[in-house]
Design a binder for this molecule. Structure first.
Ligand code: CMC
Length: 431
């Protein structure tokens, strides 16, 4: 047991217990501070606040480390698949052959979307943002499977294996249906195929012409989904936990996570990177002008795909995906001028004092779009791909919240800076 931290406020000394994680992470336990002193800690954006204890993912942003359930991301990238890593993230251990088969069977059996639910698409204009559709469709699952979504943790957890597999499988199928809806194409029915091949079939098969699986494409998709499987307490995962902490069922909590992911500073960054690279290309810039503008400090001119809220060293996912980019393009016999621009930008930024002094390195989104593009996935679908990949992490985090008997509703405090108490002014007396 560590010596408590001592906090001195006015003349009073308060002892706050120290917490230590399994990787030596330290925290000051301030849960009783307000009760004991009337003070709260102010931490806008929760950048220095531990909101939970979690056994899923360890991330050390200063040293570029990311591990799921103890396994390093580069080892998982080299040896695992998305489905196996999803199982690991959700259940805590790599599956044995029997567990892997059962999980795969559940994913296959729950890949379809009910005919009645398919009709929801008729109500969406073709240009509805894909993430808006995905969030509302996933929320609707609570209506189609009410027995799995009772808003009662005990009951919902009894059927967790089914609802978890259903969520992963259907988010994948709904993602492909969203793509086809925006293009005015008929939906394809899922087949008895491995997870990634089924996605590619749902996206690219035609009524009389089945998509023919290309191993390199399947492998690249597996890799990129795996790379997104979980990422500690990021904005969307914290949102899932926050919504789940109110007792909300898995599907509703996932819908909230999808909404949080849609913003350009989070999951939307992968699409923003491609738009940035494309405009640099269209303007005939080699990236030099863009880099100069990005150093102006304006949020609207940032070098998208660079910087990270927690990595102050390289993002280990960016390293794997950056290396995979060239390999995938070569295997598919494709070239992409945007990859050359991205590499030039990276080289220039890594030599530039502005980026070095602020510890800004490429993040997961910097190269992922180039792989998505090589797979034939359009830019407006990139964040949906991120959501498919992140679904296991959200599910694992919801489960931690739902199965914690000591858990409490997430309810941060604030510092009020509005007007002090004043009396109501009748309409006739207002100027
Ligand atoms: N380009 C130029 N300057 C930047 C950038 C960038 N991409 N990112 C941060 N800065 C500057 C920022 O202006 C600030 O400068 P100063 O100290 O002079 O005011 C300094 O670096 C620190 O920035 P910050 O806003 O405190 O950093 P943050 O930790 O709050 O923000 C971030 C992290 C990811 C929102 C931000 O780096 C950013 O906007 N990056 C571009 C968007 C992006 O790629 N997002 C994807 C994140 S990874 C996927 C995910 O997990 O969601």
């Amino acid at each position: 047991m560590s010596t408590p931290a001592l906090l001195k406020i006015d003349d009073k000394e308060i002892a706050c217990p120290i917490m230590t994680g399994t990787e030596g992470e330290k925290a000051i336990d301030a849960r009783n501070l307000r009760k004991d002193t009337g003070y709260i800690f102010y931490d806008q954006g929760y950048g220095n606040t531990g909101s939970c204890e979690s056994a899923i993912t360890f991330l050390d942003g200063d040293n570029g480390i990311l591990r799921h359930r103890g396994y390093a991301i580069d080892q998982l990238a080299a040896h695992s698949t998305f489905v196996e890593t999803a199982y690991l993230v959700i259940y805590g251990e790599l599956p044995n052959p029997k567990q892997r088969k059962q999980f795969g069977d559940l994913l296959r059996q729950n890949a379809h979307v009910e005919t009645q639910m398919q009709r929801l698409f008729e109500g969406y204009p073709k240009d509805t943002p894909p993430m808006a559709m995905l969030a509302s469709l996933v929320a609707s699952l609570a209506g189609y499977y009410p027995d799995l979504a009772t808003n009662n943790f005990e009951k919902d957890l009894q059927q967790f294996d089914l609802s978890a597999a259903m969520a992963i499988s259907k988010i994948r199928t709904l993602g492909a249906m969203i793509y086809r809806h925006t293009r005015g194409l008929p939906f394809m029915h899922p087949k008895d195929l491995p997870f990634c091949d089924n996605f590619l079939h749902l996206m690219f098969s035609e009524p009389y012409q089945d998509y023919v699986a290309i191993p390199e494409v399947t492998n690249a998709l597996n890799l990129i989904l795996l790379m997104h499987a979980d990422h500690e307490q990021n904005c969307s995962t914290s949102t899932v936990r926050m919504v789940g902490s109110s007792g909300a069922n898995l599907f509703t909590s996932l819908a909230a996570g999808i909404a949080a992911l849609s913003g350009p500073l989070h999951g939307g960054a992968n699409a923003a990177v491609m738009q940035m690279l494309q405009s640099i290309h269209d303007e005939g810039d080699d990236g030099t002008r863009f880099i100069a503008a990005a150093k102006g400090g304006s949020k609207s001119n940032r070098l998208m795909g660079f910087g990270h809220a927690v990595y102050r060293n390289f993002d280990p996912r960016a390293k794997v995906i950056g290396e995979a980019c060239g390999v995938v393009l070569k295997k598919l016999g494709k070239s992409d001028p945007l990859l050359d621009i991205a590499q030039n930008l990276e080289q220039a930024a890594l030599k530039d004092d502005y980026f070095i002094s602020r510890k800004l390195y490429p993040n997961v989104d910097f190269y992922s779009g180039i792989i998505f593009r090589a797979l034939g996935i359009p830019t407006n679908m990139f964040t949906v791909m991120f959501a498919i990949g992140r679904s296991p992490g959200w599910i694992a985090n919801w489960r931690e919240v739902a199965s914690n008997p000591k858990g409490r509703i997430y309810r941060p405090r604030q510092i009020y800076v509005g007007p002090v108490k004043r009396d109501y002014v009748p309409m006739a007396q207002r100027g």
